[in-house]
Design a protein around this ligand. Structure first.
Ligand SMILES: Cc1cc2nc3c(=O)[nH]c(=O)nc-3n(C[C@H](O)[C@H](O)[C@H](O)COP(=O)(O)OP(=O)(O)OC[C@H]3O[C@@H](n4cnc5c(N)ncnc54)[C@H](O)[C@@H]3O)c2cc1C
Length: 520
């Protein structure tokens, strides 16, 4: 029987198999030659003390003990070319994992995606970064893999059901992600690795007889007697099916408008909004690891911070160590930020959304838009940022301390945001109450993370697509829309997920519910 051990070791030991075996031989009082294999089961960083340690859970196999390298395999997907069709709108994590699950359950997914495949998408990302041109169907949020493809690929989630989370992580590994994601407390894939994984998922869907249609925007959903009949695409093509998974993400404003126009029940939903802060990574390392130099065995340090200010939470969101700030607008005439990092997290900057929770009452000035009030509030801030940026994708930016002191920054150093920055007093971007909370909040952050509140940090505005501003309400058990039979609101856009893993889990659940209904 292998021995399970919990260890706390220096980073260089955790990073080196030989040193780890030496360490274990000393702990177990055996010769190193007696150790056949060590499997790392869990890995996390403990930076609470002055000296940073790595927590490891390991299984130690001694010579002579049976040991089989575990290989994560794909499920036994069926050929569904002739099976009953289910429409899946949106090829983000929710839509793709719904499609895979439908195949596993013997149903044929027709995945309809407004954007291009991962390769085609790249050209449009270049156009945003270089020429300030936003393609409404192909950008950082829209296209194959959805907002997940050029995302950071951090895979931690608040989702409680460990089984569901592990299943998605294992599927990602089977599609080519590093097995490290099964072990790390804070798993991360990286923007450079995600496109190939997404492409392999699509190829599997097609190989099994499913369909994937790119550059096909759904412009209408046909509903008769409160039951879904199918969809119409921008070319006027009608695709019929009476089961529809709607997984269009939090930025599909035209879908929210369509549902509202058709009087399909939707609700305004609170979300969070703020700025994206960028610090030198070395500064964050020194704060988090209490050191002058991180060394080669520790990863670039993340941070997570939350404060209550005037009765509202202000917190870090989607923190990207060693990462880059990306222009994430989905329409011309708006500026939106978010962040990503490559698998090695080897950029010199650390960025994080720093956002304030909004309440429904904040949307009052937009009350005439009904369920779309939050979306219009969000849009108004993104459009103001674009105006202040001289009607370009150059993001309004300010040094952090200058912001807390309402002082325009005399210069903005080059940041990782490729389209460039424009020096703006960021109080002009946000409503007064939000500016006030952020000014106080940043000062508070500086008290608990010594060195954080510095003018070396540059704030970029706005960070506004943290979650959906709309909920498409569904029955908690059947997952069907409350009024419309056959309509399954799914993933982040429907308000039932926040992040890659929870969106993927939700996609699977919707597919399972459809299979249940069709079996009975
Ligand atoms: C830069 C960036 C970094 C991020 N980093 C992380 C991270 O590190 N970890 C994490 O967990 N999450 C991260 N996220 C968030 C994550 O990507 C989303 O939570 C996740 O992708 C939501 O999945 P979804 O499938 O619900 O929606 P989406 O991924 O938004 O997918 C929706 C899809 O629907 C398509 N669509 C929309 N309207 C239509 C239509 N009318 N017709 C046809 N298709 C349509 C869109 O083109 C899109 O492809 C990041 C997001 C961004 C933008």
């Amino acid at each position: 029987m292998p021995q399970e051990l919990l260890l706390q070791v220096a980073p260089e030991i955790a990073a080196n198999e030989t040193l780890l075996h030496d360490y274990l031989s000393r702990q177990l009082k055996i010769s190193v030659k007696e150790i056949q294999h060590v499997t790392i089961v869990k890995r996390s960083i403990d930076a609470r003390q002055k000296v940073v340690k790595i927590n490891l859970k390991v299984m130690v196999y001694l010579k002579g003990e049976p040991f089989l390298e575990q290989k994560i395999a794909l499920p036994d997907y069926q050929n569904v070319a002739n099976a009953q069709e289910v429409i899946v709108v949106g090829a983000g994590p929710a839509g793709l994992f719904a499609a895979l699950q439908l195949i596993e359950l013997g149903l044929k997914p027709i995945v309809i995606e407004r954007g291009k495949d991962v390769r085609g998408r790249r050209r449009d990302l270049k156009a945003i970064n270089r020429d300030h041109i936003v393609n409404e169907d192909s950008n950082y949020c829209f296209g194959e893999g959805g907002a997940g493809t050029y995302s950071d690929g951090k895979l931690y989630t608040r989702s409680k059901k460990r089984g569901d989370v592990n299943r998605i992580l294992e599927l990602l590994v089977a599609f080519g992600a590093t097995p490290d994601i099964l072990v790390d407390a804070h798993p991360h894939i990286g923007t450079n690795k995600l496109p190939q994984i997404i492409q392999d998922i699509r190829e599997k869907i097609i190989e099994c007889g499913g369909k994937v249609l790119f550059e096909t925007r759904v412009t209408d959903i046909s509903i008769k007697n409160n039951e879904v009949q199918g969809v119409t695409t921008q070319n006027g093509e009608v695709i019929s099916a009476n089961k529809l998974i709607l997984a269009t993400g939090h930025s599909a404003r035209d879908i929210f408008e369509l549902l509202d126009k058709k009087k399909v029940l939707i609700e305004a939903k609170p979300f969070a909004l703020g700025v994206r802060a960028e610090h030198p990574q070395s500064l964050i390392d020194s704060i988090q690891y209490s050191c002058d130099y991180r060394g080669e065995h520790l990863p670039p340090a993340p941070y997570s911070i939350v404060k209550q200010v005037n009765g509202r939470g202000m917190y870090s969101f989607c923190m990207c160590p060693g990462g880059v700030i990306a222009p994430c607008a989905t329409s011309p005439g708006e500026v939106v930020t978010n962040g990503w990092s490559p698998s090695k997290r080897d950029q010199h900057t650390a960025n994080s959304g720093i956002v304030v929770e909004l309440k429904l009452e904040d949307f009052k000035p937009f009350a005439k838009f009904g369920a779309l009030a939050g979306m219009e509030f969000q849009k108004s801030i993104e459009q103001k940022a674009w105006q202040l940026a001289g009607q370009t994708q150059k993001v309004p930016a300010q040094r952090l301390v200058d912001f807390t002191q309402s002082k325009m920054s005399s210069d903005i150093p080059k940041t990782s945001y490729v389209p460039g920055t424009t020096s703006v007093e960021l109080g002009q971007v946000f409503p007064g109450f939000l500016t006030q909370i952020m000014r106080e909040g940043f000062s508070e952050f500086g008290k608990s993370m010594k060195g954080y509140a510095t003018n070396e940090a540059i704030l970029h505005a706005p960070e506004s697509r943290t979650s959906s501003p709309v909920r498409i309400p569904r029955d908690n058990y059947t997952l069907e829309h409350l009024q419309i039979k056959g309509l399954y609101p799914c993933g982040e856009g429907a308000g039932y997920a926040g992040g890659i893993i929870s969106a993927a889990i939700d996609g699977e659940k919707c597919a399972q519910k459809i299979a249940e209904v069709l079996k009975n």
